[in-house]
Design a protein around this ligand. Structure first.
Ligand code: F0G
Length: 424
């Protein structure tokens, strides 16, 4: 089988499998040979691997191996294993959003606590095939945690570029603990992103941000697994938080391939949700602008998506067009209130993840999503990633946010009377 890395701008294939951009500067796509896959892959094949204990099929990524990276041998696959994340339904979430048929796919259940593991198993495995020794990324935290873990698992060195003082502690602690070389950049994520691109090129480090097309291939499995959980009958909408736009890009490619292979007969609309203070993709899409309207000093409590100049915006725009989708933005207040609802339902997530639920609510309130439509929201990261945001919300300590659903702890004397007073 042939796999091509093709430029999305000039359509030329590249022979060099290591760089992430075409000579013309365009982003690269992995182009699978769908003709030769037709007939070879089926719902039955993927269903037969469900619950398998066999490597690598126990992974919710490699269960779809033929659609991720058919060239890899089993020795080259580096897997924890990842995926197999749950779909949750909860009346409280449905009532809050105003949609009965709403499910949350919890990508925070991945090995390092975010969806990044799906792209990372794919990216690190390709790095192994290419015999790379050093891998690198810029990150708002989760990519760094995931890269550090998978690199150590594979026996590679990892270098992570993070904006100093701007990432949640849970994520920073993971990157340090898993053994990455942590470079704290005096600047924001966008500065770190441009520095890692320059450094990886000069210093021969394999770049594993979602600009790497193999990351996108792995992240497609969120959709493959979601649709399998829906018994191959897609919902009307898929709603996803959006920062550097890797997921939005991956989701469109996944649906394109599923439709081409006739594994689904309808493509859901994708709603990509940004935070109001970090909304370059929203501004670009809303204004129908020819180029990206970058945001110079992005600001949001959802530090995972605090990004002003997302690298994958052209691929993401392709997804929005392909799926008749849309881009929306939500305020920090809306994000934190939605998070409190998701948390209070026993599901739990980090702030950026709640952007999907807040976005679904906003689109429902505006009548864009009908109350009878089915909606899947992607929950991208685990509640434990950013305990500061959670605690400060409940203690009313967040600037410019009034917590509608605060659950403040009380300090009491160690007596039964004091307990009785509190619980009566
Ligand atoms: N949610 C979480 C929890 C994230 O960590 C990220 C991105 C996103 C949403 C946005 O996804 O970039 O595919 O649009 N985090 C990256 C990182 C940027 O470095 O961990 P996206």
């Amino acid at each position: 089988m042939e796999i091509k890395l093709k430029c999305i701008e000039c359509d030329k294939s590249t022979e060099d499998g290591v760089t992430c951009r075409c000579k013309c500067g365009g982003l690269l796509d992995v182009v699978l040979d769908l003709d030769s896959l037709r007939g070879k892959v089926s719902k039955e094949l993927f269903n037969s691997r469900l619950g398998s204990r066999k490597f690598p099929y126990m992974s919710g990524v490699w269960r779809f191996r033929e659609l991720i990276n058919p060239l890899l041998s089993e020795r080259e696959i580096v897997s924890r294993p990842e995926g197999n994340t749950n779909l949750y339904r909860h009346e409280r979430v449905g009532q809050y959003v105003g949609i009965k048929n709403i499910s949350l796919k919890h990508e925070g259940e991945n090995p390092t606590g975010s969806f990044k593991d799906r792209g990372m198993t794919s990216g690190i495995s390709e790095a192994k095939r290419l015999r790379m020794n050093v891998v690198a990324c810029a990150s708002t935290g989760n990519t760094a945690a995931s890269l550090a873990a998978y690199a150590s698992l594979a026996g590679m060195k990892s270098v992570v570029f993070i904006p100093e003082g701007m990432i949640a502690f849970g994520k920073l602690s993971q990157a340090m603990a898993y053994g990455a070389k942590v470079l704290q950049i005096k600047g924001n994520f966008d500065d770190a992103m441009s520095l890692v691109q320059e450094s990886s090129h000069e210093l021969k480090m394999y770049l594993l941000n979602s600009i790497n097309p193999w990351r996108i291939e792995g992240q497609k499995s969120i959709i493959f697994e979601l649709i399998q959980q829906f018994d191959w009958e897609p919902p009307d909408w898929v709603v996803v938080p959006a920062g550097n736009l890797g997921n939005t890009s991956a989701f469109g490619k996944a649906f394109y391939e599923l439709a081409e292979l006739e594994l689904i007969d309808k493509v859901p609309r994708i709603a990509s949700i940004q935070a109001t203070g970090a909304d370059p993709f929203y501004r670009t899409w809303k204004g129908n602008l020819p180029g990206l309207k970058a945001v110079k000093n992005p600001e949001t409590i959802a530090t995972a998506i605090k990004i002003g100049n997302p690298v994958s915006w052209k691929k993401a725009l392709r997804t929005i067009k392909l799926t008749n989708g849309l881009v929306e933005e939500v305020t920090d207040q809306e994000i934190m209130d939605a998070k409190a609802i998701v948390d209070g339902s026993g599901i739990g997530c980090e702030p950026a993840s709640a952007a999907s639920v807040a976005g679904a609510k906003k689109l429902r309130d505006a009548g864009v999503i009908d109350k009878n439509e089915s909606v899947a929201c992607i929950i991208t990261g685990n509640i434990l990633k950013d305990p500061d945001a959670t605690i400060n919300y409940h203690l009313s300590k967040l600037k410019e946010i009034s917590p509608r659903f605060a659950n403040k702890p009380t300090v009491i004397e160690p007596t039964i009377e004091a307990v009785r007073k509190e619980i009566s």
